[in-house]
Design a protein around this ligand. Sequence first.
Ligand code: FE
Ligand code: CA
Length: 504
Amino acid sequence: MASMIRRQFLASLAAASLNPLRSAPRFKKDPFTLGICSGDPIADGIVLWTRLALDPLDGGGMGQDSHQVDWIVAEDEGLKKIVKRGTETATPQFAHTVHADVRGLKPGHWYWYQFRCGGVETKVGRTRTAPAAGSNDPLRFAFASCQHYETGYYTAYQHMAKEDLDLIVHLGDYIYEGGPGKDRPRLHNSAEIKSLNDYRNRYALYRSDEHLRKAHELFPWIVTWDDHEVDNNYANDIAEDNAPRDQFLERRSNAYQAYYENMPLRKTSLPRGSSLDLYRTLDFGKTARFHVLDTRQYRSDQPCGDGRKPQCAAALSPAQTMLGDRQEKWLMDKLKSSRQTWNVLANQVMFAKMDVKQGDGAEYSMDQWSGYEVPRQRLCKFFDEAKPNNPVVITGDIHSSWVSEIKSDFNRPESRNVGVEFVGTSITSSGDGVEVPAAEAAFKKDNPHLKFFLAKRGYVSCAVTAKSWESAYRVVPVVSTPNGAIETRAKFRVEAGTNRIERV
Ligand code: FE
Ligand code: CA
């Protein structure tokens, strides 16, 4: 593997040196068809992103030349007070995407930015740096996941864009990999995606949505992936359809590269063959540390044949890993060193143990942490003994909302609370959703740590201070038709130091 990665690296270097650099192209058409975005705010910096793509749904249409793209950052929306400027080279190797890692900004400040190339300029984007280390500034952010393009409209983003937020966190399933379905509000642009070109075109389709682009223009994002950025329920090097390992890793490297290209990530997340370092921390003063997790790249295979099952011996095996040894150790180290009030785990699959068989008998999703019982228990024990401040797990994946207290031992309901988990629903995936009060009552009966369940679409809006955390479950009535209204269906508060959820 190492030699394969090295060969690819050398090949890409050689290709890069062959590309003529044309610093002054003139575009007759707008090449910034996919908009702009920003992400991974730190106290003195931000990543700014754009892509040159004259023909975004068909490979980009930019040919083999590299181009220089200029960017500016200003303190005002009118771009009068420019504080930073620079130039990045957009190369064909990375689909003419630009990732400018801007430094030297002021902490806790709004900024406006714009890109220029070939006589064309982008819209003006807005972004915000993280507060200074030690600051107790409050933080407002929304988290989202699962935005299957075919199953509905991004009404949730339309409303999110109107909120007063510092940040948006995306927990994965930014794209879906499947081919077009039938009788859907809108359709995918190709059969199941596998090649680099396929993945690129799929991101372009998703970014063609005006509400998604607007949410990117207005706020910085922190992103992580789940499975559908590559293949449904893949685990490390194991495909859903049991494709041969080499073949799947080639697909994974295509998917990871397109992910890097299209997200506002630092160059520390540059793909290396079929690997990409995505897990990282981001600090918001003394208020919050985000531990952004990757629960796909390093995990062992789903046990017990995947799906919803009673926990068989394999689910309880100490050989199971969700994060991989290196990431698990990293997480515990970052929790130990954290002085922040809230330790947010930006996670993909449900952490709390959840019996989802209503009534007698117990079944758990083997794709979630319940298929990885020993690593979950290790983390619960760590929360209990090392006592990191206020763990809050935020989770996506299952297209429904679940609010739980995390127990030091889920097998003993009377055991201490050691954290909380807010599972947010999908933006669109699984369609309009349903009202199921009977299911909520049954799940709560079987799972005393569960406080709320809902199977509608939307997102979660969080207000975080040195004293308390509030999560508002924002719900849209339908996604199969555009422009629905939004409501706050339920709101939960956690007072710092309690690990206890109150409905407010
Ligand atoms: Fe999903
Ligand atoms: Ca049950």
